[in-house]
Write a protein that binds this ligand. Structure first.
Ligand SMILES: [Zn+2]
Length: 160
């Protein structure tokens, strides 16, 4: 008989999105994303971070500042956008995006344009913001499937 205690596809890919988030240098928000093909092959990974060539130590990570140029928002590239842009295979049509936080409107635009057809998200803590409302409107119009990840309570430990 085969082993029964193996992790599900959803656990596998959301787990990888969570692991990717651990690479983030952002003190306040660590988000990870994992994009998979309809055949459950991993196509790309991403986490929120500064653009390539913008040194992490030279960039602002603050959320507030008198000058918007001194906040992270002007510069940070979100996990979903990074995963879309990191995709080496060139085609995300019909792909599924696992992301640890419901996507903002900017990432949603990129999701739609890239051809991703399903989003599985973990947290939705900005649900009531205009950005997330705009995301939901666009996703509904474009028939992108959206579903909340269903936590299983499984704990995974390993030593690196
Ligand atoms: Zn975003």
């Amino acid at each position: 008989m085969k082993r029964q205690d193996y992790i599900s596809w959803d656990e596998y890919f959301m787990g990888i999105a969570m692991l990717s988030a651990m690479r983030s240098k952002d003190n306040n928000s660590q988000v990870g994303a994992c994009i998979v093909s309809p055949e459950n092959k991993i196509l790309s990974l991403g986490y929120n971070g500064m653009p390539i060539g913008c040194a992490d130590d030279d960039m602002p990570w603050e959320r507030e500042g008198e000058n918007p140029l001194d906040t992270k928002y002007m510069y940070v590239c979100h996990a979903e956008l990074n995963a879309i842009l990191n995709n080496a295979h060139g085609n995300l049509k019909g792909a599924r995006l696992y992301v640890t936080l419901f996507p903002c409107n900017e990432c949603t635009k990129a999701v739609i344009q890239s051809g991703i057809s399903e989003i599985v998200y973990l947290a939705d803590k900005y649900h009531d913001t205009p950005a997330c409302e705009a995301s939901r409107r666009m996703l509904k119009m474009t028939h992108v499937k959206v579903r909340a990840y269903e936590p299983t309570g499984r704990e995974i430990h390993f030593t690196l």
